[in-house]
Design a binder for this molecule. Structure first.
Ligand code: FMN
Length: 405
């Protein structure tokens, strides 16, 4: 959920600043983009070199960068952030935030912010308990800012009590749950299919196709990033899907044939809210599977084929009012007409059309160029994009349409 999120950490002058490098590392490990801003006083507690190395970005502190008048654009920095975290937040910085005082870069960024603000206070026991500090925290909380609770325990002053900044892991989990709770597909279940199917001819041969599974995997990730609980039913493919389980918590089901895909898809479809069927399922399979390897003959050989089960059609037939079903069409001629006809025949909510005629689009490529056609026949033409960007656009489109249903 944190992957690719832009997190700006504002560090103020507290001994707890020593915990920030560890937090930056945790966030970076999860794929977040991190920028750090230090108040002038914070530089006494943690070095810019440590933080710029770990965040892989310059560390900002001053309005003006050099004698040539180059300056840090506080507005750009504020707008860059998906979340601004002030940690540690000193009593001084809290008071200035509450009052709208703007005598350093961090405070200017705060006043320019459009993103949510999270605050992790860090103070000595008496400073934290002080009436003014408590009033400032209350007012900042009423302003809609998120206050990360302090811990109780041993304090740098030697005192014991409330005021310890939350540990890096606790702040990390706070941020993680913040992003997952605010995602549009939270609490929804999504089903995606990807890759080809292999229809066995004999123990060593099969009928397959060139689908790489890249588009389906990108869709599963895009849905997961929007908060959906995703099941991916995938045919045989060479792609490494380790990250799907590990980074995205996607439930990956491996199948080989169209019959196996049918069984798994129908099982999960019943409880799914959204389904995107991106797999290239075989239309025909051998009528009989030879038990032994078929021997080479001197004569020609004819293989009898029968139709496979139409997975998409079965889903369309059982679709409930609140379910949203998207199909894919890969066409080589009469693309629009064929895709619209498939959309109607299979009772889909939308269909994504790939044309084999577009350069860089279709099987195996890392890019794709698709048209999304809605059941009301309106369409959205997307430009040539990476499959990951295409997937995000498709999922954004679905999120607009799904909540209209
Ligand atoms: C060793 C040391 C530790 C400090 N720890 C804290 C602290 O945990 N919380 C706090 O509010 N102020 C603390 N201060 C005081 C702040 O550094 C001081 O108020 C400073 O002006 C804060 O500036 P800033 O908010 O612009 O970063 C500490 C000062 C020193 C010298």
């Amino acid at each position: 959920m944190i992957k690719n999120k832009h997190i700006l950490i504002g560090v103020s002058g507290s001994i707890a600043a020593y915990k920030i490098p560890l937090l930056v590392r945790l966030l970076k490990k999860s794929g977040a983009e991190v920028k750090v801003v230090l108040t002038p006083s914070a530089k006494d507690f943690v070095t810019p070199v440590t933080l710029s190395t770990l965040s892989e970005n310059p560390v900002y502190s001053d309005f003006v960068l050099n004698d040539e008048g180059e300056w840090s654009n506080h507005v750009d920095l504020a707008l860059w952030a998906d979340l601004i975290l002030i940690a540690p937040a000193s009593a001084n910085t809290l008071a200035k935030m509450e009052q709208g005082i703007c005598d350093n870069l961090l405070l200017a960024i705060y006043l320019s912010a459009k993103s949510p603000i999270a605050i992790a206070p860090a103070m000595d026991l008496d400073m934290y308990k002080h009436e003014t500090t408590q009033q400032h925290l209350k007012k900042l909380s009423h302003r809609g800012h998120l206050i990360i609770p302090v811990n109780s325990g041993f304090l740098a002053s030697g005192l014991e009590g409330e005021g310890r900044m939350a540990e890096p892991q606790e702040i990390y989990h706070f941020i993680e749950s913040y992003f997952s709770e605010n995602l549009p597909f939270n609490g929804l279940k999504a089903l995606v299919t990807a890759g080809p199917t292999h229809e066995a001819i004999d123990p060593v041969r099969f009928i397959g196709n060139h689908s790489s599974g890249k588009m389906g995997i990108a869709l599963a990730i895009a849905l997961s990033e929007k908060g959906a609980e995703v099941t991916l039913v995938k045919g045989p493919m060479a792609l490494d899907v380790y990250q799907l389980n590990h980074d995205y918590n996607i439930n990956v089901i491996d199948v080989v044939s169209s019959d196996e895909m049918f069984i798994e898809v129908i099982k999960y479809w019943e409880t799914s809210d959204i389904a995107i069927m991106a797999a290239a399922v075989a239309d025909y399979k051998p009528k009989n599977i030879a038990q032994e390897k078929i021997k080479k003959l001197e004569t020609d050989f004819t293989l009898a084929l029968v139709k496979t089960k139409d997975i998409l059609k079965s889903m369309g037939e059982t679709k409930k009012l609140n379910q949203y079903l998207v199909g894919f069409a890969l066409e080589t001629e009469n693309e629009l007409a064929n895709a619209k006809s498939k959309l109607n025949r299979k009772n889909l909510d939308a269909i994504v059309l790939n044309s084999m005629k577009d350069e860089g689009a279709g099987f195996g490529f890392d890019t794709n160029k698709v048209t999304i056609i809605n059941k009301d026949t309106t369409k959205v033409n997307l430009p040539l994009l990476t499959k990951s960007e295409t997937a995000k656009e498709i999922v954004n489109y679905i999120s607009q349409q799904f909540f209209k249903k």
